[in-house]
Write a protein that binds this ligand. Structure first.
Ligand SMILES: [Zn+2]
Length: 188
């Protein structure tokens, strides 16, 4: 099975205009030396962040393997409320059905697909779990994410070093406490 996860397109002109307005709005001169190239650079950064991640997702069979698969990855994303980063690690666990496993790089790409856009941690966690379930038809999927949100460190409650944990459990991880416990022990 190959499924396209298409990335949105970035309108660089619009991003540049927006960044120029933002700079003016915070009392900066967008024409001063350090800032003159900034709208263009920011637009290119967004393009790299958002648009350059088209790939195909393939699963392959490993018939002998029906134990839990657990992959833990670093993750960077962007808070959709404040447009600043949140980042940390995401652990993706699943129990294959009939040996149907995803390549590790595919899990990485699924995480990237949902992380490289403005979102919230709860949705990102749930989307990754649902997608892995769809790709593998797994007996169970459990995703746990721990992240620091710069919007909480830099402003608002200003709690540097805080960590927010979210989780999404599907199938066996939802229904069987001992299976969920096994996942939590492995992640520790
Ligand atoms: Zn935020």
């Amino acid at each position: 099975m190959a499924t396209e996860l298409a990335a949105p397109q970035v309108d660089r002109d619009k991003v540049e205009q927006g960044v120029r307005l933002l700079l003016e709005g915070i009392g900066e001169d967008p024409e001063r030396e350090g800032l003159v190239g900034t709208p263009d650079r920011v637009a290119r950064m967004w393009e790299e962040f958002i648009a350059r991640r088209q790939y195909k997702c393939a699963s392959f069979s490993a018939e002998e393997y029906d134990e839990m698969v657990l992959v833990t990855l670093p993750v960077y994303s962007l808070c959709e409320h404040h447009l600043v980063p949140f980042f940390g690690k995401i652990s993706v666990g699943y129990i294959p059905k009939d040996g149907k496993v995803l390549g590790l790089s595919k899990i990485c790409r699924i995480v990237e697909h949902f992380a490289l856009r403005p979102t919230i941690q709860e949705r990102l966690t749930a989307q990754v779990a649902k997608r892995v379930q769809e790709e593998t038809d797994a007996i169970g999927v459990g995703v746990i994410m721990e992240a620091t949100h710069l919007c909480m460190s830099m402003r608002g409650v200003q709690k540097p070093g805080h960590v927010t944990t979210t989780s999404k459990m599907i199938g066996a991880f939802m229904e069987q406490p001992e299976t969920r416990q096994e996942l939590l022990e492995l992640i520790k």
